[in-house]
Design a protein. Structure first.
Length: 78
């Protein structure tokens, strides 16, 4: 659903780095998969076609926070 987003914090040695994947259009959603030590976060269409994908090693992940849409279709802060 538009407005869904996932925030990812990754350890990159001496500091951490933040990434965000969001469902940017109506009908898209954010999908999270964890398999074989890899976390994959994708923005996908209604038919399941990935639009944008980010992959991270699970042992480097500090946090993965899912922020669901607020139901009205608008993102937080709008």
């Amino acid at each position: 659903m538009k407005g869904d987003r996932v925030e990812i914090v990754v350890d990159i040695g001496d500091r951490s780095s933040n990434y965000e994947i969001a469902a940017t259009r109506a009908g898209r959603r954010v999908d999270v998969r964890i398999a074989r030590g890899v976390v994959e976060v994708s923005e996908v269409t209604r038919t399941g076609t990935p639009v944008r994908t980010a992959r991270f090693m699970a042992n480097r992940l500090v946090a993965l926070v899912e922020h669901p849409a607020n139901g009205s279709g608008a993102q937080d802060g709008e």
